[in-house]
Structures are given as C-alpha cells and as structure tokens.
Design a protein around this ligand. Structure first.
Ligand code: ATP
Ligand code: MG
Length: 562
C-alpha cells in the first residue's frame, strides 16, 4: 500500500484526554478517533489490526468446534427480564426509548433463547456457539480509550452440555483455546481465579495483563504461581486473639475519636484489638459488617456472600439506624444482621463504637455479646501478606482483564426453560458455559506491552504490514525508481508492504511515522546509500540497522521477515 494514497493520519502531538500509552499511540498512529466518550471509530490501520486479531480468534474457536453466529444487538427487553438481568445490569444497560428493546451488553439470554427453541435431545449436544459482535454498555466512567468503551467488540462463546462433567470439558477446551489466542497475539498474560459476579455460576477465571492502566486488582505469588482477582483472593493472616478471660463490657468516653488509628492512639492499643463497623443496605434492610482494625472490606466478596448488590448506608441513614455517626458505631446494641470478617472469629476483649457519638465500648466478646453473628471472608488482601499455598509474600498489582471464562451451570437454561431429554427420556436443564474476549482490549493490551518513546512495536505474530518501505527523497529519480521497483518486487514475493512514497514529506517525518506505526522491518531507500548500491534495513524492536547490497536485499529480508 502506498502511503500517499492511504489514510493514515498520524499525529505528532499527544492528544488531550489520552493518558495511557495504548490510547495515545492508537490515536497518534492514526488507528482510531474518538467520536464521543467511550465511543471510538476505527480507521483503516486500526481496523486492519482488529481483523487480524479476529482472524486468530476465529481460527482457534473453530478449532475447538465453535460455530459462528451473528446475533442482533437489539434485543426484546422481555427476554432479559426473565433472567433478572435488566435489574442486574441497571444503568449499564442501554434502553431504546419508547420501545421494549434493549441494546445487548452480552448474549447469554439470546443464545439460550435459540437453544431452547432448537435443541431437544442429548443427541444434539454438546454445542459450542460463538460470535464476534458489537456490545453496548453504558459504562459509568469510560476511559483508557478502547479498553473501556461504551460500544465494543466481544468474542462471546457459549457451550451447551448434558452434564457438569461435560461442561468441564467444554470449559477446558476454551481455556486452551484462549491460551493459544493470546500466545498468537504475542501478549504476556496470566490467569486468575475470579468472581462470577452478576453472571452467576460456579467457577470462573480471567485472563489478565499486568498494567497500571488496569481497573482490576490481582494478588499474585511469584513463588507458587497463585493468582487471584482481589475480589476472591485470600491470604494467610493471623486471626484476632481469644484471651482466656473475657472482660466485662465497659463504655469509654472518646471525644473526637473517629478513626481506628485515633482510637488506637487514644487508648494505647493495637489495631488488632479493634472491630471496625460499617453499615450497608441489602434488599432495603440495613446490616452491619465488622472488620478487624484497618482491614478493608471487599464489597464484591460481601455481595457474593449475600447473593446480591449492597450499598453503604448514607450518613443520615446511619444516624437513624444506629443513633451515631460513622466512627462511633459498633455491634453492641445493634439489632440487625451482623457479618464479621473471618479474622475476628470468636475474638474477645475487643474495642468498637458504642452507637453513641464520642463513645466506644471495650471488653467486647463476639461469642458472648453478639448473638447470631455470622463470619465470612470479607477482607481485601494486601501486598506483602502471606500466600496461603506456599507461605511466600504476595504481590498485589493492577491488571486489565482480556478475557473471562465462566462455568454458568443452569442459571440461564432454567430461567428461560432450555431443557433437553436425556438417554432415559427425562427432561433436564442444559448445562452452560460462557466465554468472552474483548477484541479491542487485545489490541490495546498488546500495545501497552510493546512500545517505546517513539511509538508502537509490532512483532512477527501480530503486525499491520510485513515491511515498511521508505523512499527518502522521492524527488530524486534514482530513489523514486529504485523504491518503486523494490515495492513491486516485494509485493510480487507476497509481502504486505507499506510504501512511504510521499514526495513532499521530509525524511525525518517519514522516519518518525515509521517508528510510530511500528512495522517490525523497515527498508530505507536513500540517495546516499544508493550511490554505493546499498539499502538500509532497520529492525524496529531493537533499533538495529544494517546496510545490504541491493542484490542481497531479498535474501536478507527472508531472514528478518518471518
Ligand atoms: P470489566 O470488569 O473490565 O468491566 P467485565 O467483567 O464486565 O469486564 P465481561 O462481561 O466478562 O467483562 O466481558 C467479557 C470481556 O469483554 C472482558 O473480559 C473484556 O475483555 C471485554 N469488555 C468488557 N467490558 C468492556 C468495555 N466496556 N470495553 C471494552 N471491552 C470490554
Ligand atoms: Mg464490566
């Protein structure tokens, strides 16, 4: 392709609003443009990369027996109501004004709808159905470019099986296919155990890329490979002490003491001796959670434990429910449900708020004083804590989720009545899995991992062109003629070539654009070299350059272009 005839609008400046490298570079390399917050247009170079990625995805999905669908994005709301997900998605779901239609944020419902209508017998199972299609989600804070769009491309696949054992096989096949897909895209990723969240189901794993731009947090053990989303991660922490003797409960005047740190300083105690209380609302009812010291509650863990969405009580609600403001609330005298983190299990001689401003209570014995207390894993793992598997130190860092695989079980088939008749003629719900990959995220994550101060660095597995040919001063006949000749010969040999044939563009600009676009191999045709019969080859990743005789060019390219 000739640069002069192509639309690759590169930018010299960093566009306003773009902060993460992939976002900046996709704009600067002329791959994308923003239309509105979280809504991106793909220009030819960007779309070419999308097509390369979807080709890899298709090949690997087809290899495990996947059959490609194309479902409508516009869906009857009624189907989504049957699974309760209009409510579960809430504001994230786009609704079509004056119609009972929604824009699909994913397609479990619609695939299940078709399975229900068509599949009757165990003889027709298993099935793997997939599509690569546009999804719509009204994300609250669209940022990071295409990594969190309000419209994005997803490869979503669904498996339909007769039993949970067979689901295990379909799940495993997807796991392997995902590894091949991300390996072929040249992405460095790792797999973490994850929360199934609003999807429901028993097991799920996420394919993650370590990145400061990520909105997920993971705990990772370098030594044994334990990796989990912070929403499910656990660590080995010492439980609170249970002293032989429980003190009596007593009230302490603690003027202006609000935080755990202030309380510890005021009473000269350790944070492990305190139970911090927070009030949440679940199903319109308040409940209290207790954490040890400054341990942070993980709301996803809490929601998974309760099986639904929670929200913190507002300050005025708090006062009404407990009689005190945040910082002075506690379990003693609280009449609602109380859930404490496992770390507090059966602790005694603890300090907490008194449900009265400026007062705390000491001598709390959770076993004795808090009837019907429940314990659950609610705490957020912190960096440096001990790995439960091997005892080494855990690292905690940000990551971007590339893909997610779920064992759904029968949640959707039961809600929508998708059943089959087994060998004995008995009607059973179809057992499902669902498997997603964010296509734009694959592209953006590759760039997050492969760039330098000059631009993107593609590699042999994933690249927009095989060769970037630069004709430096195209006004000089010798340069123009030689470069044109090389261009047609390379094309004949089957290379995909981007030929910078622009006449009135400075050499410096051409070099900058070539580095920015990042094709792995650059072939530079300049007047000075040609006088000695030489052409320069540059490898983008290493910056290595070498001069070759014009006659040896194609031999050398065979070596460097894979
Ligand atoms: P996240 O936690 O990042 O919002 P999710 O858990 O909502 O992701 P899924 O519903 O599992 O994501 O969707 C499958 C895949 O689709 C994700 O792994 C991700 O790669 C991609 N994806 C999800 N939301 C977006 C988005 N807003 N923009 C781009 N890709 C997305
Ligand atoms: Mg999401």
């Amino acid at each position: 392709m000739k640069f002069s005839k192509s639309f690759i609008p590169t930018l010299k400046e960093v566009p306003a609003d773009a902060v993460i490298p992939s976002h900046i570079l996709m704009l600067r390399a002329g791959m994308t443009r923003m239309l509105s917050a979280g809504i991106y247009s793909f220009l030819p170079l960007g779309y070419k990369m999308i097509k390369k990625i979807t080709k890899i995805i298709r090949e690997e999905m087809d290899a495990i027996g996947g059959q490609e669908f194309h479902l409508p994005a516009l869906n009857p709301k009624e189907i989504w109501e049957q699974t309760g997900r209009v409510e579960a998605f809430g504001d994230t779901m786009f609704h079509v004004k004056n119609r009972d239609l929604v824009l699909a944020p994913t397609h479990e419902e619609i695939m299940t709808y078709h399975v229900k209508g068509e599949i009757k017998s165990y003889k027709e199972l298993p099935q793997i159905w997939y599509q690569i299609q546009t999804k719509f989600r009204n994300e609250a804070r669209p940022r990071s470019g295409v990594i969190r769009g309000r419209q994005f491309l997803m490869k979503d696949a669904y498996s339909f099986d007769t039993s949970f054992e067979n689901l295990d096989k379909s799940y495993q096949a997807h796991y392997e296919a995902y590894r091949k897909i991300f390996d072929r895209c040249g992405i460095k990723y790792f797999v973490v155990g994850a929360s199934s969240g609003a999807m429901g189901g028993s097991k799920s794993e996420e394919f993650m890329v370590k990145s400061d731009a990520g909105e997920d947090t993971v705990a990772y053990c370098e030594k044994c490979g334990y990796a989990a989303n912070i929403e499910v991660a656990t660590s080995l922490v010492e439980p609170v002490k249970r002293y032989e003797e429980s003190k009596e409960i007593y009230e302490i005047h603690t003027p202006n003491v609000k935080s755990i740190d202030e309380l510890c300083e005021f009473l000269n105690i350790d944070e492990r001796e305190t139970a911090k209380s927070r009030v949440y609302i679940f199903n319109d009812k308040p409940f209290m959670i207790l954490m040890n010291g400054n341990d942070e509650v993980n709301e996803t863990k809490l929601e998974n434990y309760l099986g639904g969405a929670v929200r913190p009580a507002h300050p005025d609600e708090l006062k009404e429910i407990t009689g005190a403001d945040a910082g002075s609330i506690g379990p003693i005298g609280f009449s609602g449900r109380i859930i404490a983190d496992n770390r507090l299990k059966d602790g005694n001689n603890l300090y907490s708020g008194a449900n009265k401003n400026d007062y705390h209570i000491g001598g709390i014995d959770l076993k004795r004083d808090v009837k019907n207390i429940e314990y659950a894993d609610l705490r957020t793992v912190q960096k440096g804590e001990t790995c439960t598997r091997c005892g080494a130190e855990l690292d905690v860092f940000k990551a971007i989720e590339l893909g997610h695989i779920f064992k759904l079980g029968t949640k959707y088939s039961e809600a929508l009545g998708a059943t089959f008749l087994d060998e004995n003629g008995k009607e059973k719900p179809i057992v499902m899995g669902s498997y997603g990959i964010g296509v734009e995220r694959v592209l953006a994550c590759y760039i997050e991992q492969n760039y330098d101060e000059k631009g993107i660095i593609w590699d042999e597995r994933l690249k927009p062109f095989d060769i970037h040919l630069l004709g430096l001063n195209m006004k000089k006949e010798i340069v123009a003629e030689t470069a044109e000749k090389i261009y047609s010969e390379l094309k004949e040999k089957g290379y995909d070539v981007l030929f910078d044939d622009r006449i009135s563009v400075q050499a410096g600009v051409k070099f900058n654009d070539a580095d920015l676009i990042g094709v792995p191999v650059h072939v530079v045709v300049g007047e000075r070299g040609l006088k000695e019969g030489k052409i320069e080859i540059k490898l983008r990743r290493t910056g290595e350059r070498f001069s070759v005789e014009l006659d040896n060019l194609y031999e050398k390219l065979k070596e460097v272009v894979k």
